[in-house]
Design a protein around this ligand. Structure first.
Ligand SMILES: Cc1ncc(COP(=O)(O)O)c(C=O)c1O
Length: 348
């Protein structure tokens, strides 16, 4: 995966930045942010998955001897994934058709259209947009490139998860360069759980076992993984409104679920105000972080402070020397809702 991504024109490892003031605030040793505000020419991590999946799709078709011709890559999106698929389609001379649910900022929709994609706006939720995309993706010369799986549709979402692993590999190298063997806690923003699946697979596949504690962070308006974990089975929930558009998903990915249920140590839901405050903290440290990206810091704060924090720290094995990695999965440019978070206290 690293070699593939490294072969792409815009590839460079994204920075791992340190936040000493947050470490002091929260009483841990060191806090780092994996800053995905510039990734493969786009303002979110998503192109890591879309680029690898589209590459695999085209390579498999060529290997099968499929007639050459222009394909339509179809997907549904809360913003970032659709833009990444549209960018790959444009670059590789294919077409893209992107279904966008309600609640995605008009400028995020415009950014997808600017990649020359056909955009269909859906008067419904993300889950409803996915259902429409699945139908369109079954058409002639079309292929569904969705970043969530369900029974019978697993291979392409699996490739997308594989693509995300580059982010973890880079983090390992960057921590090692800082003289750190590995993190003690990693905080992951979660929509359908594909990114979390990649993170869990990475840290739970070590022959020596161990690895950091893993925390999933969702919006209160769309905490499908938290609710599923509490019930012990994957649930579809009704979602509400949130500035964390990329996390506004009602159903965990079917291939992510076994990893989420077995591999997460903790899950938390945060409010838009929590995420906006975290975005302001990160902006103060010079890091551009949209509402989904800043959710990681909001989740960390929520777990490490307030009533019961001592027990939660102990349960996660955290102490004053612990190393925390926050995945900041998008910059403010990915999701203009972020500006709400910078305009005033709890503006969103
Ligand atoms: C910026 C951002 N962060 C995190 C996520 C969550 O990823 P997943 O849906 O794989 O859980 C998304 C998904 O769209 C996203 O756009």
């Amino acid at each position: 995966m690293r070699a593939f991504h490294a072969s792409l024109p815009d590839y460079a490892p994204t920075p791992l930045r340190e936040l000493p003031a947050v470490a002091a605030e929260l009483g841990v040793g060191r806090v780092f942010v994996k800053d995905e505000s510039h990734r493969l020419g786009l303002p979110a991590f998503k192109a890591l998955g879309a680029s690898w999946a589209v590459h695999r799709i085209l390579a498999e078709r060529a290997a099968r001897g499929a007639a050459p011709g222009v394909l339509t890559l179809v997907t549904a999106t809360d913003g970032n994934h659709g833009r990444a698929v549209a960018r790959m389609a444009r670059r590789l001379g294919q077409r893209a058709h992107v279904f966008v649910p309600q609640g995605v900022h008009p400028r995020a929709v415009a950014a997808i259209a600017a990649e020359q994609a056909r955009v269909t706006q859906v008067e419904g939720t993300y889950d409803e947009a996915v259902a429409l995309a699945a139908r369109a993706g079954a058409g002639a010369d079309a292929v569904l490139v969705q970043d969530t799986a369900w029974p019978g549709y697993e291979q392409i979402p699996g490739w997308i998860v594989e693509g995300y692993s580059t982010l973890c590999a880079e983090t390992d190298e960057q921590l090692a360069a800082a003289g750190i063997a590995g993190p003690d806690l990693v905080c992951v923003p979660v929509g359908v759980g594909s990114l979390a699946q990649a993170v869990i697979t990475h840290y739970r596949s070590r022959p020596a076992g161990g690895g950091p504690a893993l925390l999933s962070v969702e919006p209160r308006a769309a905490a499908c993984v938290l609710r599923s974990l509490a019930r012990g089975l994957p649930l579809s929930i009704a979602t509400g409104h949130t500035a964390m558009a990329g996390l506004n998903c009602g159903t965990p990915s079917s291939i992510a679920w076994p990893h989420l249920s077995g591999g997460l140590d903790a899950a938390v839901a945060v409010s838009d105000a929590d995420s906006a405050r975290a975005a302001r903290t990160l902006a103060g440290a010079g890091i551009s972080s949209g509402p989904c990206g800043a959710a990681s810091l909001a989740g960390l704060r929520s777990v490490l402070t307030g009533a019961g924090a001592g027990q939660r720290r102990a349960a996660l094995g955290l102490g004053p020397a612990s190393v925390v990695v926050l995945l900041s999965t998008e910059g403010t440019a990915a999701n203009p809702h972020a500006r709400l978070g910078q305009d005033g206290p709890d503006a969103s």
